[in-house]
Design a protein around this ligand. Sequence first.
Ligand code: S3P
Length: 437
Amino acid sequence: MKSISSKKLKGNILIPGDKSISHRLVILSSIAIGHSNIKGILKSDDIMKTIGAMKNFGASIEFTNPLNCSIKGVGLGGLLEPNSALDFGNSGTSARLIMGLSASHPITTIFVGDKSLSIRPMNRVLKPLVNFGSNYSLRKDNYLPAILKGSDNPIPFSFELGEPSAQIKSAVLLGALNTPGITTVKDKFNTRDHTERLLGLYGANINITKKRNVKEISIKGVNELKGLDLSVPGDPSSALFPIIAALICKNSDIMVKNVLINPTRDGAFKVLKDMGADISFLNHRIMAAEEVCDIRVKSSNLKGIDIPRRLAPTMIDDYPILAVAASMAKGKTYFKGINELRFKESDRFAGILNLLEKNGVRVESKKDTIIIHGKCELKKGGIKIETNLDHRMAMSALIMGLVSKNEVKIDNSETIKTSFPTFYKVMIKIGAKLSKK
Ligand code: S3P
């Protein structure tokens, strides 16, 4: 796929369901008692990996129409042992959350993934899970394939997050569901909180307190969950691609409907406002224990800002596309405290530097900081970007092409199906010059 300089992006668009919430709804519905109906689920490659795994554990899952999913759960503690390795493709969230879930079941599970997932750290998740009584082995002590032998007598424990990772937190909370007694996770980073919110809705025995800015989440295990009917809000991290496109392409005015607004995910919106973006948040309402709204965006003259490191966990997936916005802003933008970007679908710290430098944007980097020297002018283009199986780097490169004099090409557009299968259709609908060739 490739893209080129575009103007006047206009229209109303719908963004597919949130990826994090879709994973969690599939997992929780699969271990609940009874039926769940999930409307507006994200039907992307990553979610299909979670669905495939949960079917292997014994859940019945079917699509009643393209975006509605009906799930009959196995009940708490009812996971069956898969009789072959589970393939998680590109999806770190599927693999890590399901590691947590299976750690407190008396089953052995083999985890495999694609080239990208097979070089992402897994020890950070599997190590805390040993406290339940599970044990594991990994290639080179850190990478997939993994063999996880879950505990037949899971033991509760108290755990403090050492890295700002919602996947690690969620893995422990999911393991706690089938563990008698109280398991506690302390999160000082304010990582995304969908697992906690949804556990409350499904009827888990969960208690959340906050002491001196540290959140403590406790689960009293072995309490059945009940199936639910829920709708999935639109994914804010996907919404940011057309939103930033509209901000940086001249004479644009778009409306993005039904977008999740969650205080643990909204850092990028706050940053864009501070950069001078003309964005309005309209029609606030509640969906699946989350707030959603419609977002109107008009082209804006952005200015560079210093983004505080404390915001990093609330916008961790959004730095690649924000880097494109920063390259079009007047002055310097500082991305601080972004070391975690090195452990995503690709090394996004390196990926951001490569994308901007190749397109003639001046960047500096130090340890865990990137400084982008923005200029409100068309970039040179005429470049091809290696996406390294990273959907967000692929989409960010294509948005960069919309403000480039010559084409920006990516080497692999299949990877976009990981999180935003309708990306091309949505962008064409608003008038962006994208081409599949
Ligand atoms: C996710 C957590 C984040 C995020 C990922 C989705 C989740 O990963 O980058 O896209 O759904 O819990 P980390 O937990 O590694 O920060």
